[in-house]
Design a protein. Structure first.
Length: 256
């Protein structure tokens, strides 16, 4: 069984695969100063809920946007699972050419998402990831990673707004009842939801002009289900895109 771990700035998402089948997956808050022992204990507890033990995991792969936690998960693999996990980074085979000035700067999660999206569409595509930041990662029809765009994320933008504007309350993000809000809460919801949807559509429109009308778009990340229903240009949402990409990269390295 394969353990796939995606460490984000806000959440850590991990799952177990039996072959190509995702057996189970979990999310928990990313704590930047977690030790390998703490991560090992958390992993053991969650696996145990599904009757899975460390001995059932014969391989692991990790992508991390927090370098220290990538090393902590390497420790988990070596000391609890009995084997060194693949940590996505320089030297790991992705099967994708990188058209980037310095490939070492590419976030591991962005590259993993691009691999999964191209495997899914087999043509020109863009991944929109609604995480701590909103990232846009285009892939050519030949399967080359072309670069990307990075914009402020939904949650950190809303937090900054409510912190700096004393009279604006914190609100749960939900679909606005109408474009023009009749209360402060509804005005905030409309501004955030339609504002970020406009940002996404505007960037995708520019990308389509450069990449062509056959461009496919897939969204992932924690806020995708909130924003995407108000977008015009996103084809589908896949919450498991990163885990799928990790499985694919593991397969390509195991076969090498």
């Amino acid at each position: 069984m394969l353990l796939a771990v995606d460490v984000g700035n806000t959440q850590t998402h991990f799952g177990t695969f039996r072959g190509t089948e995702l057996v189970e997956h979990w999310r928990f808050a990313t704590v930047r100063d977690s030790t390998g022992d703490e991560l090992g204990a958390a992993l053991h507890s969650l696996l145990e809920l599904r009757g899975v033990g460390f001995e059932d995991l014969d391989a692991a792969i990790v992508s991390s946007t927090v370098p220290a936690l990538g090393e902590a998960w390497r420790f988990v693999g070596e000391n609890y699972l009995g084997h060194e996990p693949i940590v996505v980074g320089p030297g790991v085979k992705t099967g994708m050419s990188l058209r980037y000035d310095n490939p070492r700067e590419i976030g591991a999660d962005r590259l993993v998402n691009a691999v999964a999206a191209f495997e899914h569409f087999k043509t020109t595509c863009v991944v929109v990831d609604f995480g701590t930041a909103i990232t846009f990662d285009p892939v050519s029809a030949e399967g080359d990673y072309l670069g990307g765009l990075i914009a402020p994320g939904v949650e950190i933008s809303v937090e900054a707004l409510t912190e700096k504007a004393a009279k604006l309350p914190k609100v749960d993000l939900a679909e606005p009842r109408e474009v023009i809000g009749k209360s402060t809460v509804e005005a905030l919801r409309a501004g955030v939801i339609f504002g970020f949807a406009g940002l996404v559509d505007g960037i995708l429109e520019r990308l389509e002009a450069e990449l062509g009308p056959d461009m496919q778009v897939i969204a992932t990340g924690g806020q995708a289900h909130v924003i995407v229903p108000s977008c015009r240009r996103v084809n589908e949402i896949d919450d498991l895109l990163t885990l799928t990409g990790l499985r694919l990269i593991h397969e390509r390295n195991a076969a090498a």
